[in-house]
Design a protein around this ligand. Sequence first.
Ligand code: MTE
Length: 316
Amino acid sequence: MDNKYKSVPVLPSEITPKSLYLSRRDFIKAAGLAAGSALLAACAPQVTATPSASAPQANGQTDELGDPVNTFEDITNYNNYYEFTTDKQGVAPMSQKFASSPWTVEVGGLVNNPKTYGIEDLLKKFTQGERIYRLRCVEAWSMVIPWTGFTLASLLKEVEPTSDAKFVRFETVYRPDEMPGQKSGFYPWPYQEGLRLDEAMNDLTLLATGLYGEPMPNPNGAPIRLVVPWKYGFKSIKSIVKIELVAEQPATFWNDLAPDEYGFYSNVNPARSHPRWSQTTERRIGEFSRRATLPFNGYGEQVAHLYDGMDLMVEY
Ligand code: MTE
């Protein structure tokens, strides 16, 4: 194992994202632009990364707000996946050999029909569709991603939660030999997340098994991950092996580490700053100027009612 990646604990106080600044790649692009504009003031060339010949193309796809999907290149090379490394551009190379097959997902807890599914069963059994969603990271960057997958609701209906089930808990695979970040004792492995049952049953909530029409790439959480588009990206847990229906609000990875910074709900809320930075704007990867962050990441019409009567400045 490369020593560089050995258990370097990142304190919550140090998590202030480098990504608030330009990523290294964008910095290089920006530097190229600046140099170009000095030489060729009126027609500065757009310096862009050259996509590899085989990378799937977006073909003009946009989300429902008209924003173009990010490139496959960006989506698969700028990732948060602390099981591998805290370096966003390091996840892709470090996760290359991760074995996402064979794979099973255990669905149990307070349900009438507990079941362990092979990933192939899930792909066969539940209707796969494409959804283009914005992913807004708590670090104030975002991307538009064409996911494929199926609704979490369709799976939950099949296992039949009992009337005592109030929350859903998710767990990522624990394989420190393949995932060097898990050797760090600083983090509360395995990564876990949770949703209230009504959030889990909402039609926006996906179990994603691919993107750009391809099976889920390793850096994005192969072979199956959650996507909850109105919440900060860290709720969208990757490489899930366990889904459990429970009666009490479950513990979550980031809330365990820094409860003052990361709440259970974690709805995208531009009015509530993170204690160390503002959430009012974000940088869309691939763009240079910042854009306003939308409440519930722009999905308020579909989900705001889930929080009627709650003070979302307190329940962050
Ligand atoms: N899931 C696991 N298991 N481990 C992680 O480190 N990072 C989260 C989330 N899911 C994370 C995870 C964070 S902080 C974000 S922003 C999204 O994954 C990033 O998803 P992406 O890399 O596919 O864009």
